[in-house]
Design a protein around this ligand. Structure first.
Ligand SMILES: [Zn+2]
Length: 167
C-alpha cells in the first residue's frame, strides 16, 4: 500500500496490515499520545497516563464518548480499509467486504469512513457495483469460533456427532 512505509512482520514495508488493523490503530494512538499529549489528554487519562497501556478498545471507548482524537484515529483506520478495498475491487470485484477483528467493535465509526474512501478510490466507479462494506457478525470471535468448529470435524471433514463413538 505504501512504498517504503511501516515495516511489517512479513519482512516487507508498507503492507496494508500496517495501516488497516488493530495493531496499526494502537501504533498511531501511541504516536499521537507521544507527539500531541494535549490532544490525547482523554486517552492518556483513560490509561493512567502511560501511553504504553493504550489498547484498541481504549481508542474506541474515547471515540464513543466523542473524543476528537479517538474519532480521528478510527476515521483514519477506516479510510485505509476503504482505500485497500478499492484496490482489491480493481482486480477481483468481490460482491461484499466483510471486516472482522477487534476493530469492528467500533462499528460505523470505522465502517463509514471505509465506505467513503472506498467510493472515492474505486477505479472506474461509474461502471462497477459498489460492494457493501459490513462488519463480520462474530466480530473478533470469528477466529476462535472457526477453530472450535474445525475441532468438531473428523479428518474427512464430517461433523463428529453425539452418537459418534469418537465424540
Ligand atoms: Zn507484510
Amino acid at each position: 500500500m505504501v512504498p517504503g512505509g511501516h515495516p511489517c512482520g512479513c519482512g516487507l514495508k508498507g503492507c496494508w496490515e500496517q495501516y488497516a488493523s488493530g495493531s496499526a490503530l494502537v501504533r498511531e494512538a501511541k504516536r499521537a499520545a507521544h507527539e500531541r499529549p494535549v490532544r490525547a489528554a482523554g486517552l492518556l487519562r483513560l490509561v493512567g497516563g502511560d501511553l504504553e497501556n493504550i489498547t484498541g478498545p481504549d481508542v474506541t471507548k474515547i471515540a464513543e464518548d466523542g473524543d476528537d482524537l479517538g474519532i480521528e484515529l478510527l476515521t483514519e483506520l477506516g479510510r485505509w480499509i476503504g482505500e485497500g478495498a478499492a484496490s482489491l475491487s480493481a482486480a477481483l470485484d468481490p460482491e461484499m467486504y466483510v471486516i472482522g477483528g477487534g476493530v469492528v467493535a467500533a462499528g460505523d465509526m470505522i465502517l463509514e469512513p471505509a465506505r467513503t474512501a472506498y467510493r472515492e478510490h474505486l477505479p472506474a466507479a461509474g461502471h462497477r457495483t459498489i460492494a457493501p462494506i459490513v462488519a463480520a457478525s462474530m466480530g473478533n470471535d470469528a477466529g476462535i469460533v472457526g477453530a472450535a468448529e474445525l475441532a468438531r470435524l473428523d479428518l474427512d471433514g464430517n461433523r463428529i456427532g453425539a452418537g459418534d463413538a469418537r465424540a
